[in-house]
Design a protein around this ligand. Sequence first.
Ligand code: GAR
Length: 194
Amino acid sequence: MPKAKLAVFASGTGSNYDAITEAVKYGKLDAEVALLVSDQPNAKVVEKAKQQGTPTFVFEPKQYRDKNAFEEKIVNVLQEHKIDWIVLAGYMRLIGNTLLRPFEGKIINIHPSLLPAFPGLDAIGQAFEAGVKISGVTVHYVDEGMDTGSIIAQEAVNVTDKMTRDDLQQAIQQVEHRLYPETIQKLIARGESQ
Ligand code: GAR
């Protein structure tokens, strides 16, 4: 059977992109990272993808008429690359209907909290400020809301009294880097979508 083709969408550092490509390299994830999509031309993740020879589609939203216009373009590029799954990995934009409809049930996201707690920006900072004793990581299907789609996998992270915000971020990202490739592999193996 041909390998599932993933498009990773990212706006930042790309540590989850790294975790996914490593899992592919070491045979833990039976897929191909066929495309990296980014809305941030200067993001570190773009540089990493280029170094690794992953095809990239990098765009500047302000160069398009509106969200619908850049999402139409993204859909064309995804179709050209025959993408099966969209994997959001720190892509800091809401997905609109133009992109959602053709890929419904095939778009997943990772979020650094136990949703529905602390959706949106800086979930780690929000959880730290709230003083919760347990936070964690969620992988979920994407719908039109902000971190609202149905939950696929979650893992808790204990927040101890001596932890700083940075310690919590490190602990959460460590879980992300294992949980995301594992969860993607399970979905692919089941051939499952929502
Ligand atoms: C990750 O922690 C991811 O969970 C978060 O952005 C970070 C990206 O890091 N995503 C969200 O907050 C989505 N709402 P990375 O660029 O190093 O993978």
